[in-house]
Every structure is written in C-alpha cells, then in structure tokens.
Design a protein around this ligand. Structure first.
Ligand code: G16
Length: 547
C-alpha cells in the first residue's frame, strides 16, 4: 500500500517552489515551455516525476532544462525515457497533472501515479540532468535536483550539455555502456572515430572543401562544437559564428530563424558557394545553406537532409547486397517536392505524422531503416536490431567481395556516427559532411537533387489557440467551424498549392504553412490563410498584413 509518509518532505519542500496562482500549463510538443519566471514549480515537480519514472522502469531517466528555439527569456523542460527517447504519452499526462496540481494536492497526485503505474517506492532511482545556456537554466536545474532528492533519487548533473548529448547519456547508461561511454568525452570520441572512418574513404579534398561555417545560435551548440573541434581535424575545419560571446540566444540566428525567414543569420560571413549550417538553441536541429554568385540564398532543410541520407543509405545497402527496407518519416511541413521525389524517384516508403519528434521517432521504429526529419531540421535515422546485425555481420564477413565489404564497413561507421536516441545537430552535421565527402558531392550538387516549391510560414496570435483542432496528421482543421472550408477555397485559387494551420505546442501562436508554384502566390496564400485564422479563430492584436 502507498502511504503519504512515503513522499517524505515533498509537502514542505514544494512550498519552496510555489506554483503561481491560476497558472495552467500543458506538456506540449516537446515538454513544458513558457516564460522562465513561471517554471520553478514545474522543474521541482518534474524532478519528482522523473524519480518515479526511474523507479518504475528501473532505469536512468533524463531531465533537460531548455526551451530550445524559443526566445532567451523562455525556458522549458524535456523528459527523456530509458532508451533515450521522449517520455511516453501516459507520462506526459502525469506531467501535466503534476505541474497543474494545487500545492495541497501534490502528494495525492503523486500517490495516484504510483498506484496507477505500480511504482515500487523502495526501488532505487537514478536521474541525470542537463541544461542549456539560458541565464535562467542554472536555477531551474537546481529546482529539478531538489525534486529528485525529495524522493531520495540519485542524481547526476551534467551541467551545460546539448539536449541530444543528454539523450545519448541516458541511452549509454541504460545499455550498460554498449551504446557508448556516458560522458561528453565518450560522445566526442565515438562520433569523431566514426567520422574519421568514413572520411578515410573520401576522394582527396582541398582545405576549402573541408571548411564549414557553423552558426551556433549563441547557444550550447557553439560551446560544444568548440570542445569537439579538435577531435575532427584535419578532415573538418569549422568556423563558429554566433558563439554566445556577444549576441542573444536565437536572436536573428539559429536553425529556426534561418528556416522560417529563409535567410542567413546575422553575423555570418559567407562567401559564394561556401557551405554553412545553423544549430538551434539546444542543438537538436540543423539546417544547411549557401549563397550563390548572384547572392541568392539556398536553404537545405530537414527535407533535403532526409533525401540526402536516404539516397546515400539506399545506395550503400544496394552495394552491400542487403535487402533492408528504407522509409522516410515526415510531417505536414515537408515540402511537396521532397515527398514527390522520395516516392516517385527514390521509391521509398514515405509516412506523415503529427509535428513533434516523439511522433516521428515512433513511426520510424517500424522499419528496418527509418529516416525521420521534420522540415525544420530535427531528425535522425533509426536502425532495427535486424538491420544493425546484418550490417555488422557483413562488415566482419571474410568471404564477402571487396565492394560488399567496403559498403558494409561504411554502413557500420554510419550507424556509429548517428545518434539514434534523438535528432542531433552535431551528429547530423558530421553525417552530412561525411556523406558529401565520400560521395564527392558539393553543396550545390546536393541542393539540385530536387527543387523546393516556394513556401511560407507565418504565426498568428489568437486569444486561445486550443480552439483549433486538427486531424489527418495536422493537415486539416476540424474546428473552428468554417476555417477548413475557407482554407480549401483559398488553396484552389493557386497552382500546386497546399496550406494548413495548427496550434503550436511550444509557443502561444497558431502556425500557418503554405506552398505554391511561385513565391508571389505562396505569400498571398499564406497571408489570406492567416486572415482566415485571425477572423475565425479569435485573432488578437492587429490584423495580419500582406507580405
Ligand atoms: C520542438 C519539437 C519539434 C517541433 C518544434 C516546433 O522543437 O522538438 O519536434 O517541430 O518544437 O513545434 P510547434 O510547432 O508545436 O511549436 P525544439 O527544437 O523547439 O525543441
């Protein structure tokens, strides 16, 4: 039987982390996210919850303090499950209950979770935590530690790490080190070794070809790239911009800014044709770009990354003679051209899920090789046990032909380079650099695999974004009445057009996405759809203006 006495001094300690009156928060697309000064109680309570989850799964659980792409004054928290993946929907529900419970009800809510999930309170618990570079993150991570110690969980604070590094640590710890050594040093060594193994196979490259400009979004990714730089030389020479020494986190820089604005970040000195990339605020997303000799900006987003990776893997699997199914998982934001290319030219299975890595990750697990990427640059590749075994056997097989063996070894190093726990800007960057090098491709060759349809993303402020409910992997709005009909009518006016709207799960806005045959058309369409949202879903502030 669960007794209140088992919750130790939760009641007294939680009084030190009071919940602001009337505040209700939801576990969103990637955890709780709001202004940092409203989150202390949430952090304490997530420390409690992670400890219970650890007891229940008898595994290490991760808690990452970050608001990723959001502005610097926001913060948030992501919970990481035993295999390094996002916490399950049931526990997201508990997280929401716990975050919103009144102070006096906290122990009763904990008791409810313990009983529903059959948590053995006598079981030892282990929770590891990390944080991004936001000024508020240090104090908030202390509140998490308070919560863990309240339930006598064992904790380890990794301090400043990228979100994917913490996911990696969780996976390493729960596989008894099989996945790698659970330290940042171990992470650098594993990835850089795999990178060196791959680039050994590359044709000779000039120093210029080995050069990559990295926009660190003034965040944790820049710090960690500085630590890792030395491990990658001489095969990769990075120059880091927006390293946090002056600018603000994510301000006019970072992957989200570059993707949405479709322009280079501030401060980046790009010469024509120079390969560049941007990380986001916690380094779990990446986009590439370059500007041509006419100063035209070319973006290579998550869709282009997924195409490059799946082409490369399919070729290697064919060379290796391995019959493994490759699938690509996308969301509604995937550019129509990318989906058509993948299905019609590459002949790979393409699936569409709701926004949020947790949904894509889950879908990708169904295939031998599941490549998942959101257009915003968040993604990775998952290999099934069967796929990994076949690859490993081939790499060690002495009777295989030289061509097959080489492909097997390349695949083996590719598996080692990929962070299968979650999308990881650093790991994805190294994979892209290695693939381009091995295949002797320039960034222009990569960009020309297919041509994106012109597209536009906008945000609309409404009084309560929950009035918009969606279906069909967020491609259609069910409520408010009339909104989807308006969107359908608008889309019909343009060629090759598509548009959808959905409430964001990380910011207090409604997101609008549109694509069409020309930039002029898509800008008009996106604006008209924004107006429909503003008028039918309770817009606040000024009416959206034409672009
Ligand atoms: C998070 C999620 C992503 C999602 C993004 C935007 O990214 O991890 O899967 O695409 O939020 O979500 P929404 O459109 O619901 O606001 P990050 O990098 O901010 O953690």
């Amino acid at each position: 039987r669960v007794t209140m006495a088992q919750f130790g001094d939760v009641s007294q300690k939680s009084a030190l982390h009071p919940k602001p009156k009337g505040l209700t928060l939801q576990y969103g697309t990637a955890g709780f996210r709001t202004a940092a000064d409203r989150l202390d109680h949430v952090m304490f309570r997530m420390g409690l919850l992670a400890t219970l989850r650890s007891k229940q799964t008898k595994s290490t659980i991760g808690v990452m303090v970050t608001a990723s792409h959001n502005p610097e004054e926001d913060n948030g928290v992501k919970l990481i499950d035993p295999m390094g993946e996002m916490v399950t929907p049931a526990w997201e529900g508990y997280a929401t209950q716990l975050a919103n419970a009144d102070q006096d009800d906290l122990c009763a809510v904990l008791k409810g979770i313990v009983e529903s999930e059959g948590v053995d309170m006598a079981q030892a618990a282990s929770v590891i935590i990390g944080r991004d570079t936001r000024p508020s993150s240090e104090n908030l991570s202390r509140a998490v530690l308070d919560g863990i110690s309240c339930l006598e969980g064992h904790s380890h604070d990794f301090g400043l790490v990228t979100t994917p590094q913490l996911h990696y640590m969780v996976l390493c710890r729960n596989t008894g080190g099989c996945y790698g050594d659970a330290t940042t040093q171990g992470y650098y060594e594993k990835l850089s070794k795999a990178f060196a193994e791959l680039t050994k196979n590359a044709p000779k490259r000039t120093l210029d070809q080995k050069m990559l400009l990295v926009d660190g979004a003034n965040g944790i990714g820049a710090l960690k790239m500085k630590e890792m730089e030395a491990f990658l030389k001489p095969e990769l020479q990075v120059e880091i911009f927006n390293d946090g020494s002056s600018g603000r986190l994510n301000y006019e820089c970072g992957a989200d800014y570059v993707k949405v604005q479709q322009k280079a970040p501030r401060g980046m000195q790009m010469s024509p044709g120079q390969r560049c990339c941007s990380f986001d605020g916690d380094a779990d997303r990446i986009v590439y770009y370059y500007s041509d000799s006419n100063a035209r900006f070319h973006l290579l987003d998550g869709d282009k990354i997924a195409t490059l990776i799946s082409t490369y893997l399919k070729e290697l699997l064919t060379e290796a003679g391995l019959n493994l199914q490759v699938a690509v998982v996308q969301t509604a934001y995937a550019n129509g051209s990318s989906t058509r290319y993948l299905e019609d030219v590459m002949k790979v299975t393409v699936c569409c899920t709701k926004t949020g890595v947790k949904h894509l990750h889950h879908e990708a697990q169904k295939f031998d090789v599941g490549v998942y990427f959101e257009a915003n640059g968040h993604g990775t590749v998952l290999f099934s046990k069967k796929a990994e075994e076949q690859i490993r056997e081939l790499a060690e097989e002495s009777n295989a032909s030289d061509e097959k063996k080489r492909a097997g070894k390349l695949l083996e190093s590719t598996v080692n380079l990929i962070n299968q726990a979650t999308g990881d800007a650093i790991s994805d960057m190294l994979l892209i650099e290695a693939m381009l090098a091995v295949r002797g491709m320039s960034v222009q060759d990569w960009a020309s695999i297919y041509t994106d349809l012109p597209n536009r993303q906008l945000k609309v402020k409404v009084a309560d974004r929950r009035v918009i409910e969606t279906t069909d992997a967020e491609r259609r709005a069910v409520t408010p009445a009339g909104l989807q009909d308006s969107i359908d009518a608008l889309v019909k006016k343009y060629r090759q057009a598509r548009a959808f709207v959905r409430p964001s799960g990380t910011e207090d806005v409604v997101r609008v996405y549109a694509e069409a045959d020309t930039q002029e058309s898509v800008d008009a369409l996106a604006h008209q759809v924004s107006l429909a949202v503003y008028r039918l879903a309770g817009g606040v502030g000024d009416e959206p203006k034409p672009l």
